[in-house]
Design a protein. Structure first.
Length: 412
């Protein structure tokens, strides 16, 4: 009888522990679900780009619904209404960028399928105030559009002769003179901005399989080739015979710049080997190369404080080798960060691609979080940070053979 009683007591203890574990897991799932507010906006074009506009007055998403005419929709994050945007009349462009101005209007720049670069000034209600305006007869796909403090915007692009060109659009949407900058043999181009000015990174072809990575700051009143000639070298990068650059993107916080370099191998075309080159904005010679690795399986989460915001369930463990790492693709810099920098990237976990956010401060990776629903396997993620540091995320997820656009807000 004594043995029977002990056995029953042991079984009861085990059942109690199992019950506590189940309840704890359920509470964790409930907490995780309350962390994000996920909205399904409807069918979208596969692999389509979306832009998050984040001003003091209103935050909104500009995206491309499936079979929509006009092809773009402006959807505020805090309202149900949407407005169609149609800055031109020649079909869907091959690439496009859009930013909001201090006046609440929108600068939109797009590349026609024949290579022409054009712009328009729009209202959030879809009215065209100016445009379309032709900026260049030929531009490569990786052009950049960044806002300036006075409500204007700067457009930068690569020309057919492998040089860098730029133009400033004033607050009325009128382009100034085109600047031709000094570098030649430019293969990739990216730009970012903060209160100090426009940061520019580019890759010059210095040998058949070698790229020289360069960086410069364009400040107001420092125009033309001289500004880029006084830039810094971030180092060189040698590509293997089966490798190519898929991602070349630049971001910044208050103190550091972050160049995202995603390398694709022909043998694994759905993955990218991602490296973050972090450097002090005013001392770019002190550059660090950080291989971006996320754990293949979930690790223990902890709260991560980032300025005025807190990530309740951040994973802090960054693997040190590829064997423990998950495949990545589509790293994209978050915009709007000051106290810290964030990268959106798709990570392969649980047999599907999931959206994740990696946080950096002072040039160092601090932690990351992975959204466990919905899937993020049909379009690159887009990320912006609100003034309080809370993230806004969007991506296209493939559900039952249909790509749907998701909008995700972090909630307190």
């Amino acid at each position: 009888m004594t043995f029977a009683r002990q056995h029953k007591r042991w079984v009861a203890t085990v059942l109690a522990l199992v019950l506590l574990a189940v309840l704890g897991a359920a509470a964790l799932r409930k907490s995780s679900a309350q962390r994000w507010q996920i909205t399904d906006l409807g069918p979208t074009l596969p692999l389509s780009y979306a832009a998050i506009l984040n001003t003091g007055a209103e935050a909104a998403l500009v995206w491309q619904p499936m079979n929509a005419s006009p092809p773009f929709v402006y959807t505020p994050l805090n309202a149900q209404r949407s407005a169609s945007l149609q800055p031109y009349a020649e079909g869907t462009p091959s690439d496009w960028r859009i930013v909001s101005t201090a006046r609440g209007t929108l600068h939109m720049v797009w590349r026609e399928r024949d290579g022409r670069l054009r712009s328009a000034l729009l209202t959030p209600q879809g009215e065209t105030l100016r445009g379309p305006v032709e900026l260049a007869d030929t531009a490569e796909r990786d052009f950049a559009l960044v806002t300036l403090a006075d409500g204007s915007a700067r457009v930068l692009w690569r020309t057919a002769s492998e040089r860098i060109a730029s133009v400033v659009l004033d607050a009325e949407g009128r382009p100034g003179p085109v600047q031709r900058h000094a570098p030649r043999h430019v293969q990739h181009l990216a730009a970012a901005n903060n209160d100090a000015g426009v940061y520019l990174a580019w890759a010059e072809r210095s040998a058949p399989a070698t790229l020289t990575l360069r960086y410069a700051l364009l400040v107001p009143g420092t125009e033309g080739a001289t500004a880029l000639a006084e830039g810094a070298t971030l180092g060189t990068w040698r590509l293997g015979s089966d490798e190519s650059v898929r991602t070349f993107a630049l971001g910044a916080d208050a103190t550091h710049g972050y160049l995202l370099l995603g390398i694709m191998d022909a043998h694994t075309p759905h993955h990218e080997r991602v490296t973050v080159l972090s450097f002090p904005l005013h001392a770019p010679e002190h550059v660090r190369r950080i291989p971006l690795r996320l754990a293949a399986h979930p690790t223990a989460p902890r709260p991560l404080t980032l300025g005025a915001s807190t990530v309740p369930e951040a994973e802090m463990r960054f693997p040190t080798n590829d064997a423990e790492s998950a495949p990545l693709r589509w790293p994209r810099p978050g915009v709007g960060g000051k106290d810290f920098f964030a990268v959106a990237v798709a990570v392969w976990r649980e047999e599907r691609w999931q959206a994740s956010i990696v946080y950096f401060r002072a040039g160092e990776p601090l932690g990351y979080e992975v959204l466990n629903a919905p899937p993020a396997d049909a379009a690159p993620p887009t990320l912006a940070l609100r003034p309080d540091g809370a993230p806004i995320l969007s991506w296209g997820g493939l559900v039952h053979g249909e790509t749907r656009r998701y909008r995700v807000l972090a909630v307190p």
